[in-house]
Design a protein around this ligand. Structure first.
Ligand code: ATR
Length: 274
């Protein structure tokens, strides 16, 4: 059977083997999906080896998304725009890079959570790798505005310049957000603050009237960001588990030509946020 894997460091907590094995069962696809922990600095050698063994594709998680991008010899538009790859496909000498994180997030928000982004005000916290991949897919939903906030303002300005002309992108510091007349319909936390139990310095009023607060990190329960959103009365709270499963489904469809349903796997992996 065809071989695939997720590669990262550490990799022990990855849900990808479970997700893809379930997809394979659901769709009757004959494949084996492994987890590979490559040493830091050892991405290329490990992937060379895996390809020699006949592998067909890889998912890539931290800290190797930039290495995977550099390793590829063909880039999809989304990988090119993100400057990072979360998925590779091997076809003979072709090493094709994709990035499904952004589309996975959009699908989770719009399809699974039923929250429209078109014509809405969207606030994105953080401008690291996670935010970057989501930018173009978000703008394609045609929000009325997409505000990028970052502690280090210069990084937000640089990112907005890169995507100038792609849509209504606005840059702000955290402090200036307090002057808002109204809140945001969708607030997405793409900072790494929650991984350390921290909270971005967000004024409470950004949640006024919000429909959804989305935490990209998953498996962290009710993070300080989600707690703040709940305290401000936001009805829909989500973490990144749906995004994880949706990007996996995109990868599976790209590799195998058949798109698995995602609801069952999302339900299995969801830990109640309370
Ligand atoms: P990732 O690839 O997970 O996005 P990253 O590239 O290191 O990680 O980016 C982390 C993001 O989280 C950055 O936008 C960072 O803000 P700065 O650029 O100002 O450092 C943001 N971040 C991390 N901790 C934060 C905190 N406690 N409050 C606000 N923003 C934070």
């Amino acid at each position: 059977s065809d071989r695939y894997a997720v590669i990262g460091n550490p990799i022990g907590f990855s849900k990808s083997p479970l997700i893809h094995s379930t997809f394979a069962k659901m769709t009757g696809q004959d494949l084996v999906y492994e987890a590979i922990e490559a040493p830091l600095g050892g991405f290329n050698a490990r992937v060379d080896q895996f390809r020699t063994e006949g592998a067909k594709g890889l998912n890539i998680t931290a800290p190797f998304k930039l290495d995977a991008f550099a390793y590829a010899n063909e880039l999809s538009e989304s990988a090119d725009r993100a400057g990072a790859a979360n998925c590779l496909k091997f076809e003979g000498d072709r090493i094709i890079a994709e990035n499904f994180d952004g589309i996975g997030l959009v699908r989770d928000i719009t399809v699974n959570l039923g929250v429209k982004m078109a014509g809405r005000r969207v606030l994105m916290l953080g401008v690291g790798g996670a935010a970057r991949g989501a930018l173009l897919p978000f703008l394609r939903q045609e929000p009325s505005e997409l505000v990028l906030v970052n502690r280090t303002l210069s990084k937000a300005v640089a990112l907005a310049e890169e995507f100038a002309g792609c849509g209504p992108l606005i840059v702000s510091g955290y402090a200036e957000l307090a002057d808002l007349a109204e809140g945001y319909d969708v607030v997405v936390n793409a900072t790494s603050a929650s991984l350390r139990g921290e909270m971005p310095p967000l004024p409470g009023n950004v949640f006024r009237g919000s429909e959804l607060a989305y935490e990209l990190a998953y498996g962290k329960g009710l993070t300080p960001f989600l707690q703040a959103a709940r305290a401000e009365g936001v009805a829909k709270l989500a973490d990144g588990v749906g995004m994880l499963v949706e990007q996996a489904a995109e990868a599976f469809a790209w590799w195998r030509g058949v798109r698995p349903g995602t609801a069952q796997v999302i339900a299995e992996l969801t830990v109640p946020l309370s």
